[in-house]
Ligand binder design. Structure first.
Ligand code: TYD
Length: 206
């Protein structure tokens, strides 16, 4: 099973994912936790280039291609081999982040970015995608109060950018209703965690 977590900045998805992995492993599942951009040494190097605060002059298409390139390597080297071994693969962000950020917020178009990514994914899509939905103002407030977290190049984009990202994710949830599960990320962390776990359990048992 291939599960992805998506959402805007400060939605709490990363904290929730760690708890989910812990419990799934306790229940006897073999789980691989990974993230995008990144997940393999080559993809992590590409991540450093994309998120480097120095690279303010990066062209949006360059950015989109780099995300897709990192994704390709991640799929080939980590996601597919782990799925073949029967493991549950959980990725903190995947394809839908490109559709929402590059396709939606950067204005390159969801269709166009979907097509570019087909070259990288050869059609691989998650079985479940949890979209952690939160008002960007609240998300950014959470990040600001969490001093230990690194602030990257995309975090500092303006509020309107993050609102567009949210709108794009909401559109994607409508477009892919079978795999998308929308989670109200403004809820208490325990409620968010329980909602996600319940959904995963239901699908594992099917
Ligand atoms: P990261 O520090 O991992 O952020 P988060 O904790 O919010 O997941 O940084 C990843 C950033 O890259 C985040 O701002 C979203 C962005 N991104 C894209 O724009 N397109 C993509 O395809 C992916 C995977 C991430």
């Amino acid at each position: 099973m291939f599960i992805t977590f998506e959402g805007g900045e400060g939605s709490g998805k990363t904290t929730c994912i760690k708890r989910i992995v812990e419990i799934l492993e306790k229940e006897g599942n073999r789980v691989v936790l990974t993230r995008e951009p990144g997940g393999t040494p080559i993809s992590e190097e590409i991540r450093n280039v994309i998120l480097d605060k120095k690279n303010t002059d990066m062209d949006p298409r360059t950015e989109a291609l780099l995300y897709a390139a990192a994704r390709r390597q991640h799929i080939v080297q980590k996601i597919l081999p782990s799925l073949k071994e029967g493991k549950i693969v959980i990725s903190d962000r995947f394809l839908d982040s490109s559709l929402a950020y590059q396709g939606g917020a950067r204005g390159l178009g969801i269709e166009e970015i979907y097509r570019v990514n087909q070259y990288a994914t050869e059609g691989l899509e998650p079985d479940i995608t949890f979209f952690f939905d939160i008002d960007p103002e609240e998300g950014l407030r959470r990040i600001a109060s969490n001093a230990g977290r690194e602030v990257n190049r995309l975090d500092v984009e303006k509020l309107a950018f993050h609102q567009t990202v949210r709108g794009a994710f909401q559109e994607l949830a409508k477009r892919f209703p079978k795999r998308f599960v929308v989670i109200d990320a403004a809820q208490k962390p325990d409620d968010v965690f329980n909602a996600v776990l319940k959904e995963i359990h239901q699908r594992i048992r099917k």
